[in-house]
Write a protein that binds this ligand. Sequence first.
Ligand code: ISE
Length: 335
Amino acid sequence: APLGVAVVGAGRMGADHVRRIDRVIDGARVAAVVDVDAERAGAVAAGVDGCAVHTDPAAAMAAADVDAVIVASPGPAHEAALLTAFEHDLPVLCEKPLTPDAASALRVMEAEQALGHRRVQVGFMRRYDAEYARLRALLSSGRLGRPLMLHNRHRNVASPPFFTSSMLISDSVAHEVDATRWLLGHEITAVTVLRPTPSSGAPEGLRDPQFVVLETDGGALSDVEVFVNCGFGYQVQAEAVCERGTARIGDGHALVTQTAGHWGGAIAQDWTERFDQAYDAELRAWVEATRRGEVTGPGTWDGYAAAAVCEAGVRALENGGRAEVDLVEKPALYR
Ligand code: ISE
Protein backbone atom coordinates (compact mmCIF):
# COMPACT_ATOMS: atom_id res chain seq x y z
CA ALA A 1 0.00 0.00 0.00
CA PRO A 2 1.21 3.54 -0.64
CA LEU A 3 2.60 5.55 2.26
CA GLY A 4 -0.24 7.61 3.79
CA VAL A 5 1.07 11.13 4.38
CA ALA A 6 -0.48 13.84 6.55
CA VAL A 7 0.57 17.31 5.41
CA VAL A 8 0.51 19.80 8.29
CA GLY A 9 0.26 23.39 7.06
CA ALA A 10 -1.63 24.28 3.88
CA GLY A 11 0.36 27.37 2.96
CA ARG A 12 2.56 27.72 -0.05
CA MET A 13 4.98 24.87 0.75
CA GLY A 14 2.27 22.59 2.15
CA ALA A 15 0.10 23.00 -0.94
CA ASP A 16 3.09 22.38 -3.21
CA HIS A 17 4.00 19.20 -1.31
CA VAL A 18 0.38 17.98 -1.53
CA ARG A 19 0.51 18.44 -5.31
CA ARG A 20 3.85 16.66 -5.45
CA ILE A 21 2.74 13.64 -3.37
CA ASP A 22 -0.55 13.48 -5.24
CA ARG A 23 0.74 13.84 -8.81
CA VAL A 24 4.52 13.54 -9.05
CA ILE A 25 5.81 10.99 -6.56
CA ASP A 26 5.09 7.26 -6.66
CA GLY A 27 4.53 5.19 -3.57
CA ALA A 28 2.72 7.76 -1.43
CA ARG A 29 -0.70 9.34 -1.11
CA VAL A 30 -1.99 12.38 0.77
CA ALA A 31 -4.12 10.95 3.58
CA ALA A 32 -4.81 14.24 5.37
CA VAL A 33 -4.30 17.98 5.11
CA VAL A 34 -4.13 19.97 8.33
CA ASP A 35 -4.34 23.72 8.81
CA VAL A 36 -5.56 26.01 11.60
CA ASP A 37 -7.68 27.51 8.82
CA ALA A 38 -10.16 24.74 7.91
CA GLU A 39 -11.17 26.47 4.71
CA ARG A 40 -7.59 26.67 3.51
CA ALA A 41 -7.00 22.99 4.38
CA GLY A 42 -10.21 22.08 2.54
CA ALA A 43 -9.19 23.98 -0.56
CA VAL A 44 -5.81 22.22 -0.71
CA ALA A 45 -7.35 18.79 -0.03
CA ALA A 46 -10.07 19.27 -2.66
CA GLY A 47 -9.57 16.92 -5.58
CA VAL A 48 -7.26 14.58 -3.66
CA ASP A 49 -8.95 11.17 -3.43
CA GLY A 50 -9.83 10.05 0.10
CA CYS A 51 -8.01 12.94 1.75
CA ALA A 52 -9.19 13.98 5.23
CA VAL A 53 -9.22 17.59 6.45
CA HIS A 54 -8.21 18.54 9.99
CA THR A 55 -7.47 21.66 12.02
CA ASP A 56 -5.59 19.73 14.72
CA PRO A 57 -2.34 17.95 13.81
CA ALA A 58 -2.82 15.46 16.66
CA ALA A 59 -6.15 14.26 15.20
CA ALA A 60 -4.55 13.70 11.79
CA MET A 61 -1.59 11.84 13.25
CA ALA A 62 -3.86 9.52 15.23
CA ALA A 63 -5.66 8.37 12.05
CA ALA A 64 -5.09 4.74 11.06
CA ASP A 65 -4.20 5.54 7.45
CA VAL A 66 -1.48 8.08 8.36
CA ASP A 67 1.99 6.53 8.18
CA ALA A 68 4.16 9.64 7.89
CA VAL A 69 3.99 13.42 8.26
CA ILE A 70 5.16 16.46 6.33
CA VAL A 71 5.41 19.52 8.56
CA ALA A 72 5.04 22.67 6.49
CA SER A 73 3.47 25.00 9.04
CA PRO A 74 5.29 28.21 10.14
CA GLY A 75 8.55 27.56 12.06
CA PRO A 76 7.17 28.41 15.53
CA ALA A 77 4.58 25.59 15.15
CA HIS A 78 7.15 22.90 14.27
CA GLU A 79 8.18 21.84 17.78
CA ALA A 80 4.64 20.87 18.86
CA ALA A 81 3.98 19.05 15.57
CA LEU A 82 7.27 17.12 15.83
CA LEU A 83 6.66 16.10 19.44
CA THR A 84 3.18 14.86 18.50
CA ALA A 85 4.62 12.88 15.59
CA PHE A 86 7.14 11.31 18.00
CA GLU A 87 4.27 10.23 20.28
CA HIS A 88 2.94 8.20 17.35
CA ASP A 89 6.48 7.23 16.29
CA LEU A 90 5.81 8.62 12.81
CA PRO A 91 8.53 9.55 10.31
CA VAL A 92 8.56 13.27 9.51
CA LEU A 93 9.78 15.47 6.72
CA CYS A 94 10.00 18.84 8.48
CA GLU A 95 10.35 22.00 6.41
CA LYS A 96 13.16 24.32 7.41
CA PRO A 97 13.72 25.81 9.89
CA LEU A 98 13.50 22.74 12.16
CA THR A 99 12.53 25.22 14.90
CA PRO A 100 13.15 28.98 15.24
CA ASP A 101 15.84 28.78 17.94
CA ALA A 102 18.47 26.48 19.41
CA ALA A 103 16.67 25.72 22.70
CA SER A 104 13.57 24.37 20.95
CA ALA A 105 15.71 22.44 18.45
CA LEU A 106 17.54 20.86 21.39
CA ARG A 107 14.22 19.80 22.94
CA VAL A 108 13.26 18.14 19.65
CA MET A 109 16.66 16.43 19.47
CA GLU A 110 16.26 15.15 23.04
CA ALA A 111 12.78 13.81 22.31
CA GLU A 112 14.04 11.98 19.22
CA GLN A 113 16.88 10.48 21.22
CA ALA A 114 14.35 9.29 23.80
CA LEU A 115 12.58 7.42 20.96
CA GLY A 116 15.90 5.71 20.36
CA HIS A 117 15.90 6.12 16.58
CA ARG A 118 15.96 8.89 14.01
CA ARG A 119 12.60 9.94 12.64
CA VAL A 120 13.20 13.38 11.10
CA GLN A 121 14.44 14.62 7.77
CA VAL A 122 14.76 18.42 7.58
CA GLY A 123 13.70 20.16 4.36
CA PHE A 124 17.06 21.55 3.30
CA MET A 125 16.20 20.88 -0.33
CA ARG A 126 19.38 22.38 -1.78
CA ARG A 127 21.09 19.08 -0.91
CA TYR A 128 18.90 17.55 -3.66
CA ASP A 129 19.59 20.24 -6.27
CA ALA A 130 21.60 18.85 -9.20
CA GLU A 131 23.98 21.83 -9.28
CA TYR A 132 24.68 21.75 -5.54
CA ALA A 133 25.22 17.99 -5.73
CA ARG A 134 27.79 18.43 -8.51
CA LEU A 135 29.60 21.13 -6.57
CA ARG A 136 29.76 18.93 -3.50
CA ALA A 137 31.02 15.95 -5.49
CA LEU A 138 33.75 18.12 -7.03
CA LEU A 139 34.82 19.55 -3.67
CA SER A 140 34.94 16.15 -2.01
CA SER A 141 36.91 14.68 -4.92
CA GLY A 142 39.81 16.91 -3.88
CA ARG A 143 40.56 17.83 -7.50
CA LEU A 144 40.59 21.54 -6.74
CA GLY A 145 42.45 21.13 -3.47
CA ARG A 146 41.13 22.33 -0.13
CA PRO A 147 38.17 24.77 -0.22
CA LEU A 148 39.25 28.12 1.24
CA MET A 149 36.17 30.27 0.76
CA LEU A 150 32.58 30.12 -0.43
CA HIS A 151 30.91 33.21 -1.88
CA ASN A 152 27.13 32.95 -1.83
CA ARG A 153 24.37 35.18 -3.16
CA HIS A 154 20.79 34.72 -2.02
CA ARG A 155 18.27 37.05 -3.65
CA ASN A 156 14.48 37.09 -3.57
CA VAL A 157 12.20 39.32 -5.67
CA ALA A 158 10.30 40.65 -2.64
CA SER A 159 9.84 39.66 0.98
CA PRO A 160 6.39 38.77 2.34
CA PRO A 161 4.71 41.32 4.68
CA PHE A 162 5.51 39.33 7.84
CA PHE A 163 9.28 39.24 7.12
CA THR A 164 11.55 40.74 9.80
CA SER A 165 15.24 41.67 9.71
CA SER A 166 16.15 38.59 11.74
CA MET A 167 14.24 36.37 9.30
CA LEU A 168 16.77 37.28 6.62
CA ILE A 169 19.10 35.19 8.78
CA SER A 170 16.83 32.52 10.27
CA ASP A 171 14.64 31.92 7.19
CA SER A 172 16.89 32.80 4.25
CA VAL A 173 20.57 32.49 5.26
CA ALA A 174 19.56 29.26 7.05
CA HIS A 175 19.93 27.65 3.62
CA GLU A 176 23.52 28.86 3.20
CA VAL A 177 24.25 27.73 6.74
CA ASP A 178 23.20 24.21 5.82
CA ALA A 179 24.80 24.36 2.36
CA THR A 180 28.11 25.50 3.86
CA ARG A 181 28.11 22.71 6.46
CA TRP A 182 27.16 20.14 3.81
CA LEU A 183 29.49 21.31 1.04
CA LEU A 184 32.51 21.60 3.32
CA GLY A 185 31.74 19.00 5.97
CA HIS A 186 32.62 21.62 8.62
CA GLU A 187 30.70 23.05 11.58
CA ILE A 188 30.21 26.82 11.74
CA THR A 189 31.88 28.44 14.72
CA ALA A 190 31.14 32.17 14.38
CA VAL A 191 28.89 34.55 12.44
CA THR A 192 29.49 38.18 11.50
CA VAL A 193 26.68 40.31 10.11
CA LEU A 194 27.37 43.61 8.34
CA ARG A 195 24.52 45.96 7.53
CA PRO A 196 24.68 48.35 4.60
CA THR A 197 22.13 51.18 4.42
CA PRO A 198 18.90 49.36 3.48
CA SER A 199 17.65 49.47 -0.09
CA SER A 200 14.91 52.02 -0.71
CA GLY A 201 13.10 49.11 -2.38
CA ALA A 202 12.83 47.27 0.96
CA PRO A 203 9.86 47.76 3.33
CA GLU A 204 10.40 50.52 5.92
CA GLY A 205 12.56 49.29 8.81
CA LEU A 206 13.71 46.05 7.15
CA ARG A 207 17.49 45.57 7.22
CA ASP A 208 17.80 44.44 3.62
CA PRO A 209 20.35 43.58 2.24
CA GLN A 210 22.78 42.07 4.77
CA PHE A 211 26.27 40.68 4.39
CA VAL A 212 27.00 37.63 6.50
CA VAL A 213 30.33 35.88 7.09
CA LEU A 214 30.38 32.34 8.48
CA GLU A 215 33.62 30.95 9.97
CA THR A 216 34.08 27.17 10.08
CA ASP A 217 35.99 24.77 12.30
CA GLY A 218 37.93 23.71 9.20
CA GLY A 219 39.30 27.22 8.80
CA ALA A 220 37.14 28.18 5.82
CA LEU A 221 35.08 31.34 5.33
CA SER A 222 31.64 31.43 3.72
CA ASP A 223 30.14 34.82 2.91
CA VAL A 224 26.52 35.46 2.00
CA GLU A 225 24.92 38.45 0.35
CA VAL A 226 21.27 38.14 1.32
CA PHE A 227 18.91 40.55 -0.45
CA VAL A 228 15.24 39.66 -0.24
CA ASN A 229 13.79 42.66 -2.09
CA CYS A 230 16.11 42.77 -5.08
CA GLY A 231 13.08 43.13 -7.34
CA PHE A 232 14.37 41.29 -10.36
CA GLY A 233 14.51 37.61 -9.62
CA TYR A 234 15.14 34.62 -7.40
CA GLN A 235 18.86 33.94 -7.46
CA VAL A 236 20.90 31.49 -5.47
CA GLN A 237 24.54 31.34 -6.44
CA ALA A 238 27.62 29.82 -4.87
CA GLU A 239 31.27 29.95 -5.79
CA ALA A 240 33.88 27.83 -4.08
CA VAL A 241 37.44 29.14 -4.09
CA CYS A 242 39.89 26.30 -3.58
CA GLU A 243 43.68 25.96 -3.53
CA ARG A 244 43.84 25.01 -7.21
CA GLY A 245 40.74 26.50 -8.78
CA THR A 246 37.19 27.72 -8.35
CA ALA A 247 33.76 26.26 -9.06
CA ARG A 248 30.52 28.18 -9.43
CA ILE A 249 26.84 27.22 -9.59
CA GLY A 250 23.54 29.07 -9.95
CA ASP A 251 24.26 31.25 -12.96
CA GLY A 252 21.03 30.06 -14.55
CA HIS A 253 22.54 29.70 -17.99
CA ALA A 254 20.44 26.70 -18.98
CA LEU A 255 19.10 28.67 -21.97
CA VAL A 256 20.84 31.67 -23.47
CA THR A 257 19.23 33.47 -26.38
CA GLN A 258 20.75 35.92 -28.82
CA THR A 259 18.45 38.17 -30.81
CA ALA A 260 18.00 41.77 -31.95
CA GLY A 261 21.42 42.89 -30.75
CA HIS A 262 21.10 41.38 -27.26
CA TRP A 263 21.90 38.13 -25.55
CA GLY A 264 20.33 36.81 -22.38
CA GLY A 265 18.06 34.41 -20.56
CA ALA A 266 15.28 34.32 -17.99
CA ILE A 267 15.69 34.56 -14.22
CA ALA A 268 13.48 32.39 -11.99
CA GLN A 269 11.03 34.38 -9.88
CA ASP A 270 10.70 32.18 -6.82
CA TRP A 271 12.06 29.11 -5.10
CA THR A 272 9.34 26.73 -6.24
CA GLU A 273 10.58 27.42 -9.77
CA ARG A 274 14.34 27.44 -9.09
CA PHE A 275 14.27 24.37 -6.85
CA ASP A 276 11.42 22.41 -8.43
CA GLN A 277 13.73 19.52 -9.38
CA ALA A 278 15.30 19.57 -5.90
CA TYR A 279 11.92 19.36 -4.14
CA ASP A 280 10.86 16.45 -6.37
CA ALA A 281 14.11 14.60 -5.63
CA GLU A 282 13.86 15.40 -1.92
CA LEU A 283 10.30 14.07 -1.64
CA ARG A 284 11.12 11.00 -3.71
CA ALA A 285 14.14 10.20 -1.53
CA TRP A 286 12.09 10.74 1.64
CA VAL A 287 9.22 8.51 0.50
CA GLU A 288 11.59 5.75 -0.63
CA ALA A 289 13.66 5.84 2.56
CA THR A 290 10.52 5.95 4.72
CA ARG A 291 9.08 2.93 2.96
CA ARG A 292 12.32 1.06 3.66
CA GLY A 293 12.05 2.12 7.30
CA GLU A 294 15.14 4.33 7.01
CA VAL A 295 15.92 7.98 7.61
CA THR A 296 18.30 9.63 5.17
CA GLY A 297 19.19 13.21 4.25
CA PRO A 298 19.67 16.14 6.63
CA GLY A 299 18.38 15.27 10.10
CA THR A 300 17.64 16.76 13.47
CA TRP A 301 21.32 17.41 14.20
CA ASP A 302 21.57 19.48 11.01
CA GLY A 303 18.37 21.32 11.92
CA TYR A 304 19.75 22.02 15.39
CA ALA A 305 23.14 23.17 14.09
CA ALA A 306 21.44 25.53 11.63
CA ALA A 307 19.21 26.89 14.41
CA ALA A 308 22.22 27.50 16.67
CA VAL A 309 24.17 29.25 13.90
CA CYS A 310 21.16 31.39 12.95
CA GLU A 311 20.60 32.31 16.59
CA ALA A 312 24.20 33.55 16.77
CA GLY A 313 23.59 35.33 13.46
CA VAL A 314 20.59 37.18 14.86
CA ARG A 315 22.72 38.27 17.84
CA ALA A 316 25.40 39.47 15.43
CA LEU A 317 22.77 41.32 13.39
CA GLU A 318 21.51 43.16 16.47
CA ASN A 319 25.02 44.27 17.45
CA GLY A 320 26.27 44.71 13.91
CA GLY A 321 29.24 42.50 14.67
CA ARG A 322 30.44 38.97 15.36
CA ALA A 323 28.92 36.26 17.54
CA GLU A 324 30.28 32.82 18.37
CA VAL A 325 28.23 29.68 17.92
CA ASP A 326 27.72 27.44 20.86
CA LEU A 327 26.97 23.82 19.83
CA VAL A 328 26.34 20.95 22.23
CA GLU A 329 28.38 17.81 21.70
CA LYS A 330 26.99 15.72 18.83
CA PRO A 331 24.83 12.92 20.34
CA ALA A 332 25.67 9.32 19.38
CA LEU A 333 22.38 8.94 17.46
CA TYR A 334 23.63 11.44 14.86
CA ARG A 335 27.24 10.33 14.51
C1 ISE B 1 11.97 31.00 2.28
O1 ISE B 1 11.44 30.54 3.50
C2 ISE B 1 12.82 29.93 1.66
O2 ISE B 1 13.06 28.90 2.21
C3 ISE B 1 13.45 30.32 0.39
O3 ISE B 1 14.22 29.29 -0.14
C4 ISE B 1 14.32 31.53 0.62
O4 ISE B 1 14.89 31.95 -0.58
C5 ISE B 1 13.51 32.67 1.23
O5 ISE B 1 14.36 33.76 1.47
C6 ISE B 1 12.85 32.21 2.52
O6 ISE B 1 12.06 33.25 3.04
